[in-house]
Ligand binder design. Structure first.
Ligand SMILES: [Zn+2]
Ligand SMILES: [Zn+2]
Length: 567
């Protein structure tokens, strides 16, 4: 479940040295701005470690020295140690530049970043191979100058993992997988030789990266409208769980929290929503424990929580709508598609199966095959009248409506926290604050209640103001705010229209009186037909109540509804 908040690239031309706005001197690396040459010079000592332009210059210099040494072709072991030390340094600089270019989030720089990572890898491997060939005096000289073997391996793993992530950003899926597999093989080999906490740490980072890769692949499949290979999600889950157990054993709670956030997304995609929310709560606890309360990571947890709540509400509403349609049309076929959950009831001869839940496996013209949850998943054929939609009882329906209400409230609470921390960390004048403000507004709208809708409208207006003030030029954001706002204002107008019947229990958008009346007429006709066929005297009143509940005309719980508007 992808969050909306952007990973905050440099948005405004603020002077890096004195924070003055509208700075127009650009460093040659194109990543930072200054208000003038004075500020640029004052800042150079700090910036030179992060300036890809200067770092690339030093790469050129080092490269020239290295080729000079190579040309000299000294067979002297000590001289070749000098060469190795230089190559090791060069690998580090290549890695650094690659990382800076990847972190810029500018796709135009990815190709160059890839080259730098590959150079770093090539040099690491070369030094590693040459190190093994050193003899005598050279070994003693190397001990003082060359970085230790473990540190060298660390550089290698870092470059491999980052190269994989970069391939992910460039949508080179095959290369990404290949790089991770290579890293995995190397680290497992090292661990088999001698396991250390560092190596375990690398292993967990690789596993997390691979889990994230599977998740990204799945989410891009469904974003493109494809069915989506659920196997990717279960694969991601296994990888992340392995990573998590290592991170917990090493007491790396910050890393574990990040892994938990990804794992929660996986649970969300697998529609295991309750699990997703409890995973996120663990992540939240860990993040707070590691960093204190008010940081961006905590805000991210809250944002994710709001997203999971939204998706869970969607899933429940889909189910309830199907139920409503069933009552309107009395068509069992419409309700019972393959895979829908059902309850067996009303059997006269084989009463032992009454009350057992199951899943519809297939159906023919007369009967349905149901796989029972109990009795070793036995599959049995039933007549349609003995197979009830899972929400057949008013009590179950009420449970679901209550859950909708609770989730809507949890979504609001999470969005509120996200919004509050966002302001505290980034200030009001930030594009992510506009996004957080919009998310909170939409969370209020989702309850479908008049007061909340009003709040939602004012938050969306505020979000748009912030967006204009920071001068954000992302048209998607502007579009989504204005779309949400006009929908919200339409809802508001409907509430003001009088005689609105629905939208009471929760999460049902308000409709006009005319729409409501038409639907109610259809509903009662459907219920009557159903009642006649079934011939059960108690059916009518219970089904009627369910219909009323679905339309919010019936008090579900005192807290879950506002007063019904007078028609
Ligand atoms: Zn300045
Ligand atoms: Zn620079």
């Amino acid at each position: 479940m992808a969050a909306n908040t952007r990973p905050s690239p440099t948005l405004y031309r603020v002077c890096c040295n004195c924070n003055a706005p509208d700075a127009d001197v650009k460093c040659s690396c194109l990543a930072v701005y200054y208000c003038g040459l004075g500020c640029q010079q004052a800042h150079i000592l700090e910036h030179k470690h992060k300036c890809t332009h200067l770092l690339c210059k030093s790469i050129k210099k080092k490269g020239a020295v290295i080729s000079r040494l190579q040309v000299q072709g000294s067979s002297d072991g000590v001289a070749s140690v000098e060469l190795l030390v230089l190559e090791q340094e060069l690998a580090r600089v290549h890695y650094k530049v690659g990382r800076l270019m990847m972190a810029s989030l500018q796709p135009a720089k990815y190709q160059e970043a890839e080259t730098h990572f590959k150079q770093a890898l090539h040099l690491h491997r070369k030094v590693e191979a040459s190190r093994g060939m050193l003899r005598g005096a050279a070994v003693r000289a190397a001990a003082g100058k060359l970085a230790a073997k473990a540190a060298q391996r660390e550089g290698l793993y870092g470059a491999l993992i980052d190269l994989g992530q970069l391939h992910g950003l460039m949508c080179k899926n095959e290369n990404e997988l290949q790089v991770y597999q290579e890293a995995l093989q190397e680290v497992r080999g090292d661990i088999a030789h001698a396991s250390t906490p560092q190596l375990q740490g690398h292993l967990s980072r690789i596993l997390t990266a691979m889990g994230k890769m599977c998740l990204n692949q799945y989410s891009s499949q469904i974003t493109n409208g494809a069915e989506g290979d659920k196997g990717k999600c279960t694969g991601a889950k296994a990888l992340l769980q392995e990573a998590l157990s290592i991170q917990c054993a090493l007491a790396q709670y910050g890393m574990a929290a990040q892994t938990l956030i990804i794992l929660a997304s996986v649970h969300g995609y697998l529609e295991m929503f309750d699990e997703a929310r409890s995973t996120l709560k663990q992540a939240l606890d860990l993040t707070r424990r590691c960093h204190g309360k008010e940081i961006e990571e905590v805000a991210t947890c809250h944002e994710e929580m709001a997203i999971i709540c939204r998706e869970q509400v969607k899933a429940i509403i889909k189910l309830l709508s199907m139920h409503m349609e069933y009552m309107l049309t009395n068509s069992i076929r419409l309700y019972h598609s393959r895979g829908s959950r059902v309850l067996v009831e009303g059997l006269q001869k084989q009463q032992q199966y009454n009350g057992i839940e199951g899943v519809v496996v297939r159906m023919d013209a007369l009967r349905m095959c149901v796989r029972l949850d109990m009795l070793d998943n036995k599959e049995l054929m039933f007549k349609p009248e003995n197979v009830c939609p899972l929400f057949s009882t008013a009590l179950k329906l009420q449970e679901q409506l209550q859950k909708l209400h609770d989730l809507a409230q949890e979504r609001i609470a999470s969005s509120k926290e996200h919004h509050r921390i966002q302001i505290k960390v980034k200030g009001v004048k930030h594009v992510n604050t506009a996004i957080a403000c919009q998310n909170l507004g939409v969370a209020y709208l989702a309850t479908g209640k008049p007061a909340d809708t009003g709040l939602g409208v004012s938050l969306l207006i505020q979000a748009d103001k912030i967006r204009c003030r920071v001068g954000d030029d992302d048209t998607d954001l502007a579009l989504s705010i204005s779309k949400n706002l006009s929908a919200a204002q339409e809802d508001q107008a409907r509430f003001d229209g009088g005689g609105v019947l629905s939208a009471m229990p929760c999460c049902w958008p308000p409709t006009s009186r005319h729409e409501d009346e038409t639907k109610m007429v259809r509903l009662f006709a459907g219920l009557q037909a159903r009642n006649g066929k079934r011939g059960s005297p108690s059916m009518s009143s219970e089904a009627m109540q369910q219909g009323l509940r679905l339309y919010g005309l019936f008090n579900v719980t005192a807290s879950a509804c506002d007063a019904v508007s007078d028609p």
